[in-house]
Design a protein around this ligand. Structure first.
Ligand SMILES: CC(C)(COP(=O)(O)OP(=O)(O)OC[C@H]1O[C@@H](n2cnc3c(N)ncnc32)[C@H](O)[C@@H]1OP(=O)(O)O)[C@@H](O)C(=O)NCCC(=O)NCCS
Length: 196
């Protein structure tokens, strides 16, 4: 028992925002993504895509200015990812809000706290960029993700009854928001509640 805890404690957990990925990281990321899709998905894809298509996908993600890619590593290997999506420049009215999407950890790396760490890192980055609100949505069947987000303080504000189609079934989706404190300037509470 003690030795398994020691081994567990010795696992290296890390989350980083990436602007480029090595070939080895891309291969690990494609493998983690397909493994998570095969296990049940819950973050967009329904069918496994294969390594070549996923590598093209992630190379494309890295080119989009409004998308920031975060990867989770277990013992140095990429085992999951998440996207922070910023509003486009022409959406000044919603510049204060960003979206967390496409978050998953491969089944073989779950339960170590990586998703929690990844969400925290995305929140820190969004706050550092000046965003005051983070939005996300999740299929109502993703109960682990729902506990994760609710434990991290996300507020469920609505449910879309026709959110996704998976294996011929319509699945509802839950919409969440969380306010962020930027670390300087007016607090988000006063900004949102204030008449200005
Ligand atoms: C949701 C998901 C990202 C969690 O990844 P993870 O790295 O295993 O999660 P963590 O180890 O960081 O656990 C974080 C929290 O999730 C919840 N959680 C984790 N495993 C759980 C389980 N088996 N049952 C219930 N809740 C669980 C807990 O609230 C946990 O917090 P705690 O450790 O303080 O109790 C992962 O299960 C996954 O990829 N699911 C499929 C994709 C998905 O649903 N993505 C979200 C939609 S965008």
């Amino acid at each position: 028992m003690n030795s398994s805890v020691a081994v567990e404690n010795a696992r290296q957990l890390a989350v980083e925002r990436v602007e480029r990925l090595s070939e080895a990281d891309l291969a690990d990321l494609a493998e983690a993504t397909d493994a998570a899709i095969i296990e049940g998905g819950g973050f967009g894809w329904v069918e496994p895509q294969g390594r070549a298509a996923l590598e093209r996908h992630f190379r494309g993600v890295l080119l989009v200015p409004e998308r920031e890619l975060f990867v989770a590593r277990l013992d140095g290997h990429v085992v999951g990812s998440a996207l922070l999506v910023r509003p486009p420049r022409n959406n000044e009215a919603q510049a204060f809000a960003a979206t967390l999407t496409h978050a998953y950890i491969a089944p073989y790396a779950r339960g170590h706290g990586l998703a929690r760490l990844m969400v925290r890192k995305v929140e820190e980055r969004a706050a550092a960029l000046g965003h005051r609100v983070i939005n996300l949505d999740v299929r109502e069947t993703q109960t682990t993700a729902i506990s994760l987000f609710e434990n991290l303080g996300y507020q469920h504000w609505g449910t879309h009854p026709f959110y996704a189609r998976v294996a011929g079934q319509t699945v509802a989706g839950r919409y969440y928001m969380k306010t962020l404190e930027p670390g300087r300037g007016r607090s988000t509470g006063t900004l949102i509640d204030g008449a200005g």
